[in-house]
Design a protein around this ligand. Structure first.
Ligand SMILES: [Zn+2]
Ligand SMILES: [Zn+2]
Length: 391
C-alpha cells in the first residue's frame, strides 16, 4: 500500500522575520538572520551541545542492515504555494519559482545526518573580492576569464558534506635499512692508450632486514563527501577551523544550498586510510633510520575509530571556456581559493614573440654601437651576448 502512496510533503524549515514575517537568510559571519525587508536582526538561539564523535564500526554495522529508501518527498513552498523537488543531492536551496530560501530535513533521504557545521564566515562580496584578486594574479589566463571575474556573475554559497575520522593506529612492518659505506676499490682507467689501476672511494649501500612497530593517533582526518567537485579541489581547501564546529542548526543553511553526502561512510574511511597510510609510511621510514629505507610489508590495526559528519561552507563558481568547464571554490571561512584555470596559449606565444623581438632588437642595438666585438672576444662584452642568445 505504501508503494502506491503519492509523494509526501517534506518537512521544511522556514525562518520568518520576528518583526515583519518575511523569509530570512543567514548573514555570513554573524549569529543572526537579517531581514532583507525591515532590516531586523533575528538572533539564532545558541544551541548548546558538544560535538560528538561516533563509533565507526557500530555505524558500519547499522548501515549494512537492509534499508528501504524513502521516496523523494515533494517540497511545498509556503511563500508561493509551488510544489517541487530539489535536485537529488540537495537538501537546502531556493524555491525554483519564487527564490525563497528553503531548508528541508535530511532524515528521510540519508541514514546519517550532519551533526555539526561551520557557518559561513565571509559573505558573497568578500568572496568575490578574493576571487578577483586570485584571477588577476594568474599569469597567462585568457582575457575571457578575467572578464568573467570582473562581471557580476553569481557565486553560489554551498554547504558541502564532509567526513572526519579519528583513529588510533598500530602498524607492524618489515623492511630494510640501507647504510652508506665508503669502500676503496681498484678501478681500471685508460689513459694515453694504457690501462692503469687506480684506487677510488666508492659509495656502497649496505642493506639489513628490519622489523618494527609504529604508533600514531590521527585526529580529524577530513574527507570530502561530495561528488560535485573534484577531490583534488575538495581536499585542497584545508585548513578548516574544525575546533569551531557548532551543533547542526538549519538556521545557518537558510539562503544557501546544502548537499547530502554522496561518498558513503565506508568509502570515505577507505580514503581516510590512504591519507593516514602516507603519514604512517613516513613514520616507518623515520623508525627504520639509516640513509635509505625499503618497506616490504605493512599491517595496520585501527582501533577506537570514530567519525563525524559535518557541513563546511564554500563559495563556488564555474564557467565554461572553449567547451570546457572550470571550477573555482572559495573556503567560506578563510577566503582561501582553489580552482582549475585555463591558460591562454595565444598570450604565452605572444609573450615569447615579444621576448624574442626584444632580444633581436637589443642585439642589433649593441652591434650598431659596436658594443659586440666578436673579433676581439673581450670578456667584458661577452656577457650580454650570451644573455641574448638564450632567448
Ligand atoms: Zn523583517
Ligand atoms: Zn516559492
Amino acid at each position: 500500500m505504501l508503494k502506491t502512496k503519492t509523494l509526501s510533503r517534506q518537512a521544511i524549515g522556514r525562518f520568518p522575520c520576528a518583526q515583519c514575517g518575511a523569509v530570512l537568510k543567514y548573514a555570513p559571519g554573524t549569529t543572526h538572520l537579517t531581514c532583507d525587508y525591515c532590516g531586523f536582526e533575528n538572533r539564532i538561539e545558541y544551541r548548546a551541545g558538544i560535538i560528538q564523535e561516533y563509533d565507526l564500526q557500530e555505524a558500519l554495522r547499522q548501515l549494512s542492515a537492509p534499508r528501504t529508501e524513502a521516496p523523494k518527498a515533494q517540497i511545498h513552498c509556503d511563500e508561493c504555494g509551488a510544489g517541487f523537488q530539489f535536485e537529488a543531492n540537495i537538501h537546502a536551496g531556493e524555491c525554483p519559482f519564487c527564490g525563497s530560501p528553503i531548508v528541508t530535513t535530511t532524515t528521510q533521504s540519508k541514514p546519517i545526518q550532519p551533526k555539526s557545521l561551520l557557518p559561513f564566515g565571509i559573505n558573497e562580496s568578500e568572496a568575490r573580492q578574493q576571487f578577483q584578486r586570485w584571477i588577476n594574479s594568474l599569469w597567462f589566463a585568457p582575457s575571457a576569464v578575467k572578464k568573467y571575474a570582473r562581471s557580476e556573475s553569481k557565486l553560489t554559497g554551498v554547504y558541502l558534506p564532509y567526513w572526519t575520522f579519528d583513529s588510533d593506529t598500530e602498524t607492524d612492518y618489515i623492511g630494510e635499512r640501507g647504510d652508506i659505506d665508503y669502500v676503496d676499490e681498484p678501478v681500471q682507467v685508460t689513459r694515453d692508450n694504457q690501462v692503469f689501476t687506480e684506487i677510488r672511494r666508492v659509495e656502497k649501500i649496505h642493506w639489513t632486514t628490519v622489523r618494527g612497530r609504529v604508533y600514531r593517533f590521527f585526529d580529524d582526518v577530513l574527507v570530502g563527501a561530495s561528488n560535485s567537485l573534484p577531490r583534488k579541489i575538495l581536499d585542497a581547501l584545508q585548513p578548516w577551523d574544525l575546533e569551531q564546529l557548532i551543533p547542526y542548526d538549519e538556521h545557518y543553511l537558510s539562503g544557501f544550498r546544502s548537499e547530502y553526502y554522496q561518498v558513503d561512510l565506508d568509502e570515505g574511511f577507505d580514503h581516510a586510510k590512504q591519507v593516514m597510510d602516507s603519514v604512517i609510511y613516513r613514520d616507518i621510514a623515520y623508525d627504520i633510520g639509516g640513509d635509505h629505507q625499503r618497506v616490504h610489508q605493512v599491517r595496520t590495526i585501527h582501533s577506537a575509530t570514530t567519525y563525524k559528519h559535518c557541513l563546511l561552507p564554500v563559495w563556488s563558481a564555474a564557467f565554461r571556456y572553449r567547451n570546457k568547464s572550470y571550477r573555482f571554490v572559495i573556503n567560506g571561512r578563510t577566503g582561501e581559493i582553489q580552482g582549475e584555470r585555463p591558460y591562454s596559449w595565444w598570450k604565452i606565444g605572444f609573450t615569447a614573440l615579444v621576448a624574442l623581438l626584444l632580444a633581436v632588437g637589443v642585439y642589433y642595438y649593441l652591434e650598431s654601437t659596436d658594443a659586440l666585438q666578436h673579433s676581439q672576444s673581450s670578456t667584458y662584452y661577452s656577457m650580454p651576448y650570451y644573455n641574448i642568445n638564450r632567448y
